[in-house]
Design a binder for this molecule. Sequence first.
Ligand code: PMP
Length: 393
Amino acid sequence: MTTFDALRPGKPDSILALMAAFREDPRENKIDLGVGVYKDASGNTPVMRAVKAAERRIVEEQTTKVYTGLAGDPAFGEALSGLVLGGRAPRERLSMVATPGGTGAVRQGMELMRLARPDCTVWLSDPTWPNHPAIVDHVGLKRRSYRYFDADTGAVDFAGMMESLGEVVAGDAVVLHGCCHNPTGANLALDQWRAVAELIAERGAVAFVDIAYQGFGDGLDADAAGLRLLVDRVPEALIAVSCSKNFGIYRERTGLLIALSANAKVTQGALASLNRLNYSFPPDHGARVVQTILGDDALRADWAGELEEVRGSMLGLREQLARELRDRIGSDRFGFLAEHRGMFSLLGATPEQVETMRREHGVYMVGDSRMNIAGLNATTVPRLAEAIVAAGV
Ligand code: PMP
């Protein structure tokens, strides 16, 4: 037996398998609600105008490709943390490193938890983005789930959440989605954020916020409002930021890990060292694009305007879908689809119903019935409503 015979393929990714099945389906009117990528009404994921303009400027003006710093260009961290935190946390308690995407930030954050508190438990919402538990397991931390989603109402089961979090102890990390919860689309209200912040602070736990969709829900500031309340209250936090969606630069791998701690200098050193150990210098191109946009009033306004159009189109699709369903079933049972925010909603269909919608109607959603709302357009919404009703959801 050779060394590599011991390897096992990673767990197959259900979303990638779904993408392949969709590609192979010859039906012309098939609908892809699978992978978490924003699409416009024609099904394209265009490069945003401000991104193109910033890239042109970078190509023209960049005079060197020499390494940045281990934490990335500090101006990127300043600009992006400003967008996320809105100046709320005291600068002297913050440290930050650029990372390859939001995933890189989640990974580095988990590694920091392991360095600081190897016996901690990481608390994840049930359900959550599948890469959360996978990364926690891979870095070797313990994890537990807290109740989050009430399938009957399509809303957050807040009483259940607080009951589960009652078992959090000092040094544990509580992972929260900053906005646009993936996969459910159900989000905490501000008073609920306040209560969670209180609990985390009282217990001496670390708030770990993953924010990957700022600007996709209720707007750039509104989407960060809960997180800003939280950093006002808790002594220690980690914030994993992704620029993949709101700047539409998925493949550029642009993210930032922000830490809030008492001794930011020590934390900064630990974060830079984690970058050094894992990949040395973080990717720069996407970070430079983001920094260029955020630092230029005209580009920033253009970007925010285009993002607002993206947000508005998803809200419009949500409202249309809720309306089409109400017209068909004569009740507001699916009203939660218009209340949810972001790209995703958990429909609450059984795996059999998901399979029926795929087989009979060419509607592709993830097995847990997560739908990417951005995969719809005004013409496909009524067909989806038809499929949902016909499958008996
Ligand atoms: N967190 C959540 C909840 C996500 O949905 C995603 C994107 N699927 C990410 C983090 C990270 O995205 P990326 O690494 O592409 O920036």
